[in-house]
Design a protein around this ligand. Structure first.
Ligand code: SAM
Ligand code: DTB
Ligand code: SF4
Length: 327
């Protein structure tokens, strides 16, 4: 078995071979390893809770094969205008009162236009003023746009690499993996924390899942938040009939994320409605310590708040408080 202490040094540059050896450990060894790393850096009985709001849904010019909001797919999702500020702040207040500590604004754009920036910055200022951590996911950004978002009070920017560089080209054709990396660099340079992960269950190999996590772990600074989404198959998209990923492979992916990125929040993201309580419990043991709460993600469903509360209660898991303003 790979020693947890080796796997847990300050800033290792992981090779795909090392990561693959960890991923392939006997399951009990892998779980013990990941949980040991987890306990060293976090209270294992706390999860951070984020809530999403789709402030501009559908009609997106990108062709991401998994997404309900791409104009290229007949998913039946109706394109909307950007939401009004007051409506967004009303939703954010409800999320805060329901226990969320981070609020994430999602927009189905390739990139924001200048006039969208004014409106989104006002939303970020308003959400921040409610005492919530702020996050946004708006597509590609220029350096100036990233700096503007930072000035408006943006704590995190979500921009996923989605899968390995090799598999990416089979999933999206309207932008490249390098485009994603460029935006991530601009976000970092602007001093915004990164929320960056991917999706599993898109027909990728274990090597692709490992490769994706190695890319993230080897960023100059790994992302502060790493969302691991299980594909939500959407009718009308190219990935609609993708068979579900084996649950044990999924837990292995979560465990590897925890080991390669010991200090990051690892979020059990999309796809929880199709996961049993036991599978989610295993993921929390393997090092997942963040979830999306609320009955809706962007367009897809999420577990009912009552069901989530009951599960966390049964597991003796509490909420992680917001760490306070990041400045
Ligand atoms: N348009 C922006 C972008 O692509 O960066 C922001 C919104 S996009 C919906 C945010 C992320 O949600 C995607 O990068 C992808 O990882 C995840 N996602 C989208 N559709 C999904 C699905 N059907 N199942 C799982 N994850 C999904
Ligand atoms: C992330 O990694 N997952 C969230 C958030 N970042 C923006 C989105 C999940 C979307 C699931 C499909 C939907 O709701 O349409
Ligand atoms: Fe557009 Fe984002 Fe969906 Fe891709 S994932 S189609 S960029 S909303």
């Amino acid at each position: 078995m790979v020693s947890p202490s080796l796997a847990d040094s300050a800033r290792p540059a992981w090779t795909p071979g090392e990561a693959a050896a960890i991923y392939a450990q006997p399951f009990n060894d892998l779980l013990f390893h990941a949980h040991s790393v987890h306990r060293r850096h976090f209270d294992p009985n706390k999860v951070q809770k984020s809530r999403l709001l789709s402030v501009k849904t559908g009609g997106c010019p990108e062709d991401c094969g998994y997404c309900s909001q791409s104009a290229h797919h007949a998913s039946g999702v109706r394109a909307t205008q950007l939401m009004a500020l007051e409506a967004v702040l009303g939703e954010a207040r409800r999320a805060r009162d329901g226990g969320a500590t981070r609020y994430c604004l999602g927009a189905a754009w390739r990139e924001p236009r200048e006039r969208d920036m004014d409106a989104v910055c006002a939303m970020i200022e308003g959400v921040k003023a409610l005492g919530l951590e702020t996050c946004a996911t708006l597509g590609m950004l220029s350096g100036e746009q990233a700096r503007r978002l930072k000035r408006a009070g943006l704590d995190y920017y979500n921009h996923n690499i989605d899968t390995s560089p090799g598999h990416y080209v089979r999933i999206v054709s309207t932008r490249s993996f390098e485009d994603r990396l460029r935006t991530l660099e601009r976000v970092r340079e602007a001093g915004i924390a990164l929320c960056c992960g991917g999706i599993v269950g898109m027909g990728e190999t274990a090597e692709d899942r490992i490769g994706m996590l190695v890319v993230l772990a080897n960023f100059p600074e790994p992302p502060e938040s790493v969302p691991i989404n299980m594909l939500v198959p959407i009718e009308g998209t190219p990935l609609a009939s993708q068979p579900p990923l084996d649950s044990i492979e999924f837990v292995r992916t979560v465990a590897l994320a925890r080991i390669l990125m010991p200090r990051s929040l690892v979020r059990l993201s999309a796809g929880r409605t199709r996961m049993s309580d036991e599978l989610q419990a295993l993921c929390f043991f393997a090092g997942a310590n963040s979830i999306f709460v609320g009955e809706r993600l962007l367009t897809a469903g999420n577990p009912q708040p009552g069901a989530d509360e009951a599960l966390l209660d049964r597991l003796g898991i509490g909420g992680l408080p917001a760490p306070g303003p990041t400045g």
